[in-house]
Design a protein around this ligand. Structure first.
Ligand code: ISE
Length: 367
């Protein structure tokens, strides 16, 4: 059996792990929950760019928005109710891109009926909810959840990760991450900065170093002067189980554009993501390069690779990429960050032992 992008799948025929019965030539019928910026992008990406997938259904409380995306995807069926869509027998796999508080319940519904699901980050809004998902998967005895930590598919990040894993720069001793949004989304509070934005960086740090975070210390500033006083600039200091340190800048109101990068410092050398691609222009005594506006632009390639890998994992019946444990562990770290903002002190990150179901490739290079 050939996977949609031409690779060779290891299991023949049906999806062994999810017990499905799909044949090799059929495209995977996907239902997309949420048709806002993220959901609309995922739907279009599946429809136009991802081999082996077809968008058969979308759901949204906003019928007009859903209708537009459904039409653009070649006439998918529109549901007003996400659970109804997930349960519909035309849908074999689900993408969740609805508001964060809806994620956990919808993922659990997918697990209840054994459908593979790609859930946008955060997996849940608290570690307790995410642990419920981990426990449900462990009870099921197979992994069906992938979490939308798309940086693991960004070519620049993957290159840094490969360099670190190759041992060329020696044992990693320091992780540095920077994450700048152009403008703070309305209604974001200090906790939201961590759970909605910083969560990516916490996952990135765990993934790059292949270690769990043991302690965090967060300091923040309100740079915008807004009446809410939310800490739109936060510095997260980290220590890891493997005797290394980390520092993350999350700056959700940076003004100039969207920028994400990482550097891993090893005992002998360092590896970091290069600046955004695009020509460097020298003109009138200045030197300029485009800076992206948002994550949809910056991570366009990563989102496509992420979805292509997800579809191929369904064909292979062998899940890959960031899993429910990664979704959970990042939320445990996020909760400690929030505690540190409140206490003004370093806080321990109490991540329990990873269940055997999640051993192995979860912290390796995605794909
Ligand atoms: C947004 O929700 C995302 O997921 C982006 O990837 C992230 O960079 C941004 O900070 C979040 O607000």
């Amino acid at each position: 059996m050939t996977t949609p992008s031409g690779g060779h799948a290891e299991n023949k025929g049906a999806n062994v792990e999810n017990g499905g019965g799909r044949g090799g030539d059929e495209r995977v019928p996907v239902g997309v929950v949420g048709t806002g910026g993220m959901g609309g992008m995922h739907a279009m990406c599946l429809h136009r760019k991802v081999a082996g997938a077809k968008v058969v259904a979308v759901s949204d409380v906003d019928a007009e928005r859903a209708g537009k995306v459904a039409g653009d995807c070649g006439g998918a069926v529109v549901f007003g109710d996400a659970v109804e869509m997930i349960r519909d027998e035309s849908v074999e796999a689900v993408v969740i891109a609805s508001p964060d508080p809806t994620h956990a319940g919808l993922v659990l519904e997918c697990l209840r009926i054994g459908k593979p699901v790609m859930c946008e980050k955060p997996l849940a809004t608290s570690p307790g909810e995410a642990l419920g998902i981990v426990e449900a998967e462990v009870d099921l005895g197979r992994r069906l959840v992938q979490v939308g930590f798309m940086r693991r598919y960004d070519p620049q990040h993957v290159d840094v990760k490969r360099t670190v894993d190759s041992g060329h720069i020696g044992r990693p001793v320091l992780f540095k991450g920077w994450h700048r949004n152009q403008r703070i989304p309305p209604g974001t509070d200090s906790e939201g900065v961590i759970v909605n934005s910083g969560i990516h960086d916490l996952d990135s740090a765990r993934w790059m170093l292949g270690e769990e975070i043991e302690e965090v210390f967060v300091r923040g500033l309100n740079t915008s002067g807004s009446s809410g006083g939310e800490l739109d600039l936060q510095l997260i200091q980290l220590s890891f189980s493997g005797n290394c340190l980390g520092i993350i800048e999350v700056n959700v109101d940076a003004g100039f554009g969207y920028e994400v990068g990482v550097e891993v410092v090893g005992e002998r050398g360092t590896a970091y993501t290069a600046p955004p691609t695009g020509a460097i222009v020298r003109l009138q005594n200045s030197y300029a390069q485009n800076v992206e506006t948002d994550w949809l632009e910056r991570f366009e390639t990563a989102y496509t690779v992420e979805l292509q890998n997800w579809i191929e994992s369904i064909y292979r019946g062998r899940p890959g990429g960031p899993d429910a444990w990664d979704g959970y562990a990042s939320l445990v770290a996020a909760e400690a960050c929030i505690a540190s903002i409140r206490s003004g002190r370093p806080e321990a990150v109490a991540t329990p032992e990873r269940p055997a179901l999640y051993a192995g490739e979860a912290t390796g290079v995605a794909g």
